[in-house]
Write a protein that binds this ligand. Structure first.
Ligand code: ZN
Length: 249
């Protein structure tokens, strides 16, 4: 089993197309998405359509939940709120209903997928304390999944629960040990925040017990032009290249 894991696409069609093209050469058996298909960028319908046409198994992110109208953007900053208002106006009914029906978390084979915390879509899993909380939640789940994939921070991260919580460095490959549990963030497809503007995703190879991170260049300029043409805030176009830091959520 080889699974491609994507997160935080955020209506960036150019990034999603580039990632799917790379994945098409990687012999995967499935693709999962950890939420936030929409929000921030200017192609929400096209991205939802690609999720559907590629049979990508998806959980809801906080932007998907607000875009579908289940919740209001009470916890959003001003930039996110403007963008989600625009997204609500432009989503088709069919795509709004698709987002509305997404589950908050899912167990697939031996792993869990979720957006923020396992039981809280909006909460950021940033540090060792957050990881400890989520390892406890993971241990309490039926079937005892040993691997949790999360998104929301837009930062590639690996936490291992191995005589205490350890955070792995910036390696492109991680060999998984069967006696250890892991929480792993593939980074963001559509709005990376780790000073590398290329789209980010990972491959989980269950047979080889290995995670491999990938970065893919895409046509950032075309995405930026669409943001500006749509009348979305200029800052949303700029941050695709400045690639942000953890402080600029
Ligand atoms: Zn996001």
């Amino acid at each position: 089993m080889r699974i491609a894991v994507l997160a935080d696409i955020h209506a960036n069609l150019e990034a999603l197309e580039a990632v799917l093209e790379r994945i098409s050469g990687l012999h995967v058996t499935g693709i999962v998405c950890l939420g936030d298909i929409v929000g921030y960028n200017a192609n929400p319908n096209e991205c939802v359509d690609l999720i559907k046409s590629n049979d990508i198994t998806c959980v809801a992110g906080n932007h998907d939940v607000v875009a579908s109208g289940i919740e209001d953007p009470v916890r959003f900053n001003q930039l996110a709120r403007i963008a989600i208002g625009w997204t609500r106006e432009h989503l088709t009914d069919v795509n709004r209903q698709f987002l509305e029906k997404l589950p908050r978390q899912q167990q697939i084979h031996d792993f869990m997928t979720f957006h923020g915390y396992i039981h809280d879509t909006d909460r950021y899993l940033f540090n060792a304390d957050d990881a400890r909380n989520n390892f406890q939640l993971l241990a309490g789940l039926a079937g005892h999944p040993w691997l949790g994939f999360f998104g929301h921070t837009h930062v590639k991260t690996v936490f291992a629960d191995e005589n205490g919580i350890k955070e792995a460095g910036p390696a492109l490959e991680v060999s998984l040990s069967p006696a250890t549990r892991y929480l792993i963030n593939p980074g963001s497809v559509g709005q990376p925040r780790d000073l590398d503007p290329r789209a980010s995703f990972l491959i989980y190879d269950a047979d080889e017990s290995r995670i491999t991170f990938h970065r893919v260049e895409y046509d950032i300029q075309s995405c930026q032009e669409k943001i500006l043409r749509a009348g979305l805030p200029t800052r949303l176009a700029e941050r695709l290249v400045t690639a942000g830091l953890r402080g600029s959520l």
